[in-house]
Design a binder for this molecule. Sequence first.
Ligand code: AMP
Ligand code: MN
Ligand code: MN
Ligand code: MN
Length: 299
Amino acid sequence: MRISNIVPDSGHAKRYDLHSHSLFSDGTLTPSELVRRAHAAGVEVLALTDHDVTDGLDEAQTAAGQCGISVIAGVEISVTWKNQTLHIVGLNIDPDHSGLQQGLARLRKFREWRAEEIGRRLEKKKIDGAYAGAARLAKGTIIARTHFARFLVEQGYVRGFSQAFRQFLSRGKPGFVPGQWATLEEAVQWIVTAGGQAAVAHPARYKLSAGKMHQMLSEFHDCGGEAIEVVSGSHTPEANLHFAGISREYKFLASAGSDYHGPEQTWMDLGKLPSLPEGCTPVWRDWTQYENTARQALA
Ligand code: AMP
Ligand code: MN
Ligand code: MN
Ligand code: MN
């Protein structure tokens, strides 16, 4: 590649969406459908970040090469930290890295057991066939609580997703099984050894006191975490501003992602993410080499 082909990106109005799901985890679109929809919505750089699995990346990158959007290889890793579930996004990972894949395989094994256990617990509440139903709705490699929520809606046990989580699937509810996910350190290690950058996903979603948030971010930083999602589709505008301040204070790079799961999702469509607030250093500041891959493929 000639250096002159590299598009300088600081200040460039490219639209980045660095958090999205396909039906390989709990999204509803195929990777190709997701990529084409993102392109049509004006997204120029999309990261596919399925939960604990990277199987959709090949298809996403092939589709990206055909329409001229850049797809960043990503993953969203489930973590248990002090009894809480956190999500750590890995960006620009090498999906063929064996350490990363072994780690993800362990999490998927736990997921499979957990799905059966959720089924058993719901059965005690006179909800039959939940495991089979969730497995039928899961078209990819993993079963998530999202698939149980869809099953509960489909069978008329609840009116909608949020009721399914509120009544059955959240912590303390009959179908809740505590996570035994990766440690924070493991997740960051897997990402970093696979050549990627680790980012704390949607930090405003965690129920952490200011002190615990500080402790978590400090540990994340100490084990090699570089970024936090300042702008998230599941944040309020106030939360985006709050975490912009946090990113400056801790010298984290700032990421932005819609957490798109498909057209049924109501909270944020593709192409609608606000820009990073002033003073943030974008996680993509050195990314031209990855972003040009799709353009080169087209040339
Ligand atoms: P899991 O990783 O299997 O525990 O499932 C977590 C997924 O469930 C998240 O990634 C979201 O997609 C979804 N989810 C969690 N809480 C809610 C909620 N209150 N309403 C809708 N979806 C939710
Ligand atoms: Mn999800
Ligand atoms: Mn998440
Ligand atoms: Mn997500």
